[in-house]
Structure formats: C-alpha cells, structure tokens
Design a protein around this ligand. Structure first.
Ligand code: C2E
Ligand code: MG
Ligand code: MG
Length: 721
C-alpha cells in the first residue's frame, strides 16, 4: 500500500495542489488564531499574576507584626507612589482601612469574593465594582492571616489590588501583537495563496501542454512539439516526449513510405492480375471462339452439343444439327483475295446469328463450314423451314468492299434420335447430308439418309488417305504416248496420275480425282503433277529424248484457281522447260465456268507458249464456234465416241463432223481411247492428227515410257537406214 494513497483519482492535479495549499493555509490561519488567543490569555494571566504577586507582597508586608495603622497607611502611600495602583486593605468588617489613595479609606467595600478568600485563606481574582466609582474592575484579593486573638463574627483583613490598568496595558499590548499576528497571517495567507496558484500553474501548465501534445501525437499529428521551458523533471519529460514524437514521426514517415511502396506494388500487382485475367479471358475466349467471326468454335460447339445431347436424352427434347458449307467459297477466296473471303465469312456469321432464334447455337468449324444447333426441333417441317431460312439468308447479295457477291450454300441436316444419339455421329451425319445436298445442286439442303452413308464414309476415308499420300509423295505419274499420224512417231505423251496404295491397291483416277476436286486437294495435287511432268520431261530431254510434248490434265477447280498462272510460270522457270513443250488438257465445262476469266487465263498461258487442249470433247454442250472464241490449239475427241466407232454409225457421223469442223477451224485433233486397228484406220483416213490408246500403249511408268520411246525411235532409225 502506498504511503500516500491517491484519495481523489478523478480530481485534477491543479485542484489537488490548490486543495493541499488551502489545507495548509487553513492550518496556518488556525495556528495564527491559536497564537493570538494564547497571547491574549497570556496577557490576562500575566496581569493577574503580577496583581497576585503584588497583592501577596503587600499582604505580607501588611501582615508584619507590630506596624500600626498609621504605618500601614504610610506603607500604602509609598505603594501608591511606587506603583500608581489602587491597592487597599479591607478589614474583616468590609471597610477600607488603608489604601494607596487615602480618599477611599473608611469606605465600605463588601464583595463576596473577599469574604470567600478570607474564609478559605485563598487569594481570588474577580471583576468587581471599583472602590471609587463602582465601575467593574479587575481585582485580586489576598487574605491576610487572621490574628490569634481575633474573635468575633467577621474575618480577618484582606488586601485588594485593583489591577485593571495593568490588565488593560498588558491586554492592549497583547491585542496589538494579535492584530499584528492576524495581519501578518492574512498577508502570508494571501501571498501563500498567490504562491500556490503560481506553483500550481507552473506545474500544471506544462503538464496540460504535455497532455495536449501527447494527445495530438496520439491522434496522428507527429509534428506536434512541446516548448521546453526548464531543465527540471517536467522539462526533461517534455524533451523525452519531443524525442518520442520525432521518433514516431520518423517511424510514421517510414511506414507511410513503405505503405506507399506497398500501395504501388499492390497497384502493380492488381494491374498485373487484371492483365493476366484479361489475357486468361482472351485466351479462354480464343480457345472457345472463332477469331474471325467471334462465333463459338469447334471446341465450344462440342461442349454445347454435349449439353444438348444430355438434355435431349433426359427430357426427350429433340434437336437438329444443320451443317452449312458455302458453295464456291474457295474460288471467291482465290479470285477476290483473303480479305474479301474473310469479310464474306463475317457477314455470313452475322446473318446466321440474326436469322436464328436466341436459343439456337451457331458455330464456325473452320474454313467456310458453319454449324447450327436448333433446339426443340418440331419435326421435319420445322427443320426445312430453318434450312430455307439459312439458305435465303446466305443467298441475299453480299456487299463486300468493291464487290457485290452472290453466294449459295449447301445445308445438311441431322436430327437427334432419328439420325443418331451422340454428338459425333450427328455431326458426321449432318456433314454427309451436306455433301448429299451439294451433290443435288448448289443452294440446297438435305436430311441425312443412311442410303448414302457407306459411300460418304468411304469417300471421307479416301479423302484422308489421299491427303496422306500427297504429303508422303506416294503418288506417281504414268505417261501414255501419243502417236503423230503424219510422221508415225511419238511426239508427246499424256501424264496421268496413279495412286498405288498398300491397302487399296492401284486406285484409279476416276475414284480419287472427284474427291480431290471436291475437297480442293486437287490444287496441290495438280500442281505436284505439273511439276513432276515437267521435271520428267526435262530428265528425258537430258537423256536424249528431245522434243516430247507433255500433256497435263487440269481439273475445273484447278483451272479456277487464282494461283494457277503464277504456279505454271514458276514451274516452267524452276524446271527450265520450254513452255511450248507443255500442253494443258482442260474440259469444256471448266472453261465455261467463268468464260471471261477463262479466256484471260488461256491468253496468258498462250503467251507462255503453252498449248491448250480441250479434253473429252463431245461430252459437253458447248458448240465448236463457242469454243473458238478461246485461244485453243487442240481438240481431244472423247474416247466414248472412239469406242463405238465400229458399231455406232451415229458416233461415226459425229466423229466425222467433229474432225471436219476442227480442220476447218485449224485445230489440232487428237483421238483418245484408240484400241483397235479399225479405229486407227478410220481416224487416219478422216485426217486425225494424233492417236492415243491402248492400241499403241497403256499409260506407262516413266522408265518404261522412256524405253518405249527409245525402242520406237530405234525402229524408226533402222527403218530409215
Ligand atoms: P483423260 O484425261 O481423258 O485421260 C484419258 C483416260 O483414258 C486415262 O484414264 C487413260 O488411261 C484412259 N485410256 C487411254 N487409252 C485408253 C484406251 O485405249 N481404252 C480405254 N478404255 N481407256 C484408255 P485414266 O488414266 O484412268 O484417267 C482418267 C481421268 O482422270 C483422265 O481422263 C483425267 O480426266 C483424269 N486424270 C488423270 N490424271 C490426271 C491429272 O494428273 N490431273 C487431272 N486433273 N486429272 C487427271
Ligand atoms: Mg486427259
Ligand atoms: Mg480424256
């Protein structure tokens, strides 16, 4: 327990100090008061004691044996001279018998205190009537011992000393001292109170400042400082608080700096996270959306399809897949450029999105292939309506910058339930149906039908194998000689593709050329054939087989390919073959696809020296006069006419007419598929220029062809010798 327990914990220090000072001042005033009282009482006592001593002494003197009355009086007279006090002797009858002032002698002076003092022999003091005027006066009575002979009813004598004057003098002095004490006390109290205020103020003010400053610092104002006014405890405390505030300020500044750095790195982090999130979203978007059209891509569509299948399985909720492929898109892309192709695809995507209901899903699978998933397909009528809507949307003219295009599409439809119960089957079958629609003519739609499925699957297999074969360079060219009737010499040959496949055997061109044509594979395939034929011809040239013309077939799609001319130029350049040794075989229909473009292309080819032959002539519908508008050199009569020459007079007539017209138009004439001597003779007689057919040779591998030609030339040489 503390020695001085904190009695008033709530009270301010100022009040406590002032209270303590007040208590001290009060004590001081009380002490001063006590001193005053003691002074006064002391004065009273002193006066009384002096009076008693004097009275006692007078009484002793008056009690000396023998002095006569007169002597007593003279003693009193001398006392009166000495002390200038009223002292008198009262006898037992209460009469003044001797007195310092003679005038009172004989006067009666009876006061009870005298009688009591005489009675008990004890001096007494009292305030009794003055012997002169009866006014109250301070008096002391000292009895004289009674004489032995004394008798009677009255007591002995007593000396009475009236000491009012002494009393008053002493009391006046005492009062004066008391007044001085009170005044001094008051002055000291006031000074003490002022001092107390000053000391309290001097103590409390820095403390209050300290409190305020500490509160400011605590509230975050670390710049707040105390004024150090002294070097005492408070001054040192103020310095310590200032140091602490400075430390806090430094720490706070460092903290602020660290916070700012943290905030900066946090902002950077946030920015990084946002960027990463954005990139992740972008990647996610790209992973699931087609970058050109922003439609869902194959991945996303796969997920949509899986959901639709799951829902359809649970809720018996049939849906339909519409597989859409643009007709002739490749051609548009090749002729107008990829920019136009992209713009077209974007517009198609936009139209599809607008054509279909919200719940239907549209996706781009790649290239010009789109797929639409129509939820809740209500029967075939509904499917037909959707397919027609899609076809109509695509059929509207497209305003591609710089062009107005008309495009058609083919749509294949597969229905959940009827055509399959899983996504991949439904996709495959919608694709097959699309090919069925395409086969039926452009701008068409078709429902999947299992009747064509086997064919379609076989066709798809063939396509993928052909693609591999092309990549692995498994294809070959065989060469069928063409015999010049006038010279009887082999002046050229036709290069024909052969595909020896380990599983399928030797695949015939009739099987794979249409697939390659449909899929566009024919373009790289044809280019390879062209280069290979030219290279081979140059190799033969190097071997000494000079002057051979090589004929290469061009399919309609190849002929429409925008890069064809450039490809031929580069192949000729690359192989070093003279353009005049190259003949291109094109069908009538290929030229007629786009007559104007065809004519331009042929002219350009002609300018390279390349010869142009119309292959399978007679099977198309174009008239010779129409064909003549094109810069062509050769007509190849289709082998179907030749085959029936012997037995079909109509074919004979037709062949004759063709030969006749070709001669008139000064076209070189080749007959293909010549198998019999009779056919040869017929064609020879009619003036055909060249013959090609099994009668002379089947298409031969390069080495065999070279041997064949060498043999033939050898025979010729021998014949010449
Ligand atoms: P084509 O251009 O009319 O080629 C002539 C076809 O007749 C060849 O068939 C050839 O082997 C065949 N042939 C030749 N002489 C006779 C004969 O005496 N009797 C019979 N029955 N047939 C004969 P192949 O090689 O099967 O080619 C078929 C078609 O495939 C070609 O018809 C051509 O249109 C196409 N083709 C072949 N190679 C190529 C090529 O490299 N590019 C392109 N685009 N098409 C090619
Ligand atoms: Mg041909
Ligand atoms: Mg032909």
């Amino acid at each position: 327990m503390s020695l001085f327990p904190n009695l008033f914990p709530e009270m301010s220090i100022r009040l406590k100090l002032l209270g303590a000072f007040l208590v001290m001042l009060a004590g001081f005033v009380v002490l001063a008061g006590a001193a005053v009282v003691l002074q006064l009482v002391g004065a009273q006592r002193a006066a009384l004691q002096e009076a008693q001593h004097v009275a006692l002494a007078v009484a002793r003197m008056s009690d000396q044996p023998g002095p006569a009355q007169r002597d007593r009086q003279s003693y009193f007279d001398s006392l009166g001279v000495l002390f200038d006090r009223d002292i008198f002797l009262v006898d037992g009858r209460g009469t003044v018998v001797a007195a310092t002032d003679r005038r009172v002698i004989g006067r009666p002076y009876e006061v009870p205190e005298i009688a009591q003092a005489v009675a008990d022999g004890q001096p007494r003091d009292f305030i009794g009537p003055d012997v002169f005027d009866g006014a109250p006066a301070h008096q002391v009575v000292v009895p004289l011992p009674a004489p032995e002979d004394a008798a009677g009813d009255h007591g002995g004598d007593a000396v009475v000393f009236e000491y009012t004057q002494v009393y008053d003098t002493l009391m006046a002095e005492a009062k004066q001292a008391a007044v001085l004490t009170v005044v001094a006390t008051l002055i000291l109290a006031v000074l003490g109170w002022i001092m107390a205020f000053r000391v309290t103020h001097a103590l409390v003010r820095p403390l209050a400042e300290l409190e305020g400053t500490v509160a400011l610092v605590a509230a975050g104002n670390h710049g707040a400082r105390l004024r150090v006014r002294s070097n005492d405890e408070i001054g040192r405390l103020a310095s310590a608080v200032n140091r602490m505030a400075a430390d806090l300020q430094r720490q706070h500044d460092a903290l602020q700096e660290r916070n700012a750095a943290l905030a900066r790195s946090n902002a950077l982090l946030q920015e990084g996270i946002a960027r990463q999130q954005e990139a992740a979203e972008r990647i996610q978007h790209l992973a699931y959306n087609d970058s050109l059209t922003d439609l869902p891509n194959r991945n996303q569509f796969g997920a949509m399809l899986a959901t639709a299948v799951a829902r359809a399985a649970h809720q018996r909720h049939p849906f339909g897949l519409f597989f859409l492929d643009l007709d002739r898109f490749k051609q548009i892309n090749d002729t107008l450029g990829h920019g136009a192709g992209d713009a077209l695809l974007q517009e198609v995507a936009r139209r599809l999105r607008h054509t279909l209901r919200e719940g239907d899903a549209v996706a781009r699978l790649g290239g010009d292939e789109f797929v639409v998933l129509v939820d809740e397909l209500r029967g075939d009528r509904h499917a037909e309506a959707v397919a027609l809507k899609i076809l109509q949307a695509v059929a509207r003219p497209f305003a591609i910058p710089g062009h107005e295009l008309r495009v058609s599409a083919s749509v294949g439809i597969s229905r959940y339930g009827r055509d399959g119960h899983d996504g991949s089957t439904l996709m495959k079958r919608a694709d097959i149906a699309m090919y069925q629609a395409k086969a039926a003519g452009k701008s068409n739609f078709a429902f999947y039908s299992s009747a064509h499925d086997d064919n379609s699957i076989a066709r798809l297999q063939l396509e993928s194998r052909l693609r591999c074969a092309l990549e692995r360079q498994e294809l070959e060219l065989h060469y069928q000689p063409k015999l010049d009737l006038r010279s009887g010499r082999i002046k050229g040959m036709e290069a024909l593709l052969r595909w020896p496949n380990p599983e399928l055997g030797m695949v015939a061109p009739q099987q794979f050329i249409p697939v390659a044509e449909e899929t566009g594979l024919i373009v790289p395939l044809g280019k390879w054939a062209l280069r290979q034929a030219c290279l081979q011809n140059m190799a033969w040239l190097a071997q000494g087989l000079a002057g051979l013309t090589v004929a290469v077939n061009l399919s309609p799609r190849q002929f429409g390919d925008a890069d064809l001319l450039a490809d031929i130029v580069s192949i000729l350049h690359e192989t070093g073959m003279d353009g005049r040794l190259l003949e291109l075989e094109i069908t009538e229909s290929a030229i007629m696809q786009d007559a104007e473009a065809g004519r331009r292309l042929l002219r350009s080819l002609k300018s390279l020296g390349v010869r142009i032959a119309i292959d399978d002539f007679g099977t198309g519908y174009s008239s010779l006069s129409t064909l003549k508008q094109f810069p062509i050199d050769t007509l190849k009569i289709d082998r179907s006419f030749i085959a029936d020459l012997a037995c079909d007079p109509e074919d004979r007539g037709l062949t004759e007419a063709i030969i006749q017209m070709a001669r008139t138009l000064k076209l070189h004439l080749v007959a293909e598929g010549v198998e019999q001597e009779a056919q040869k003779t017929f064609l020879c007689e009619r003036g055909c220029d060249e013959l090609q057919g099994y009668l002379f040779s089947r298409p031969l591998p390069a080495a065999e062809f070279a041997a064949f030609v060498q043999r033939q030339r050898g025979i010729d040489r021998l014949a010449a010798v």
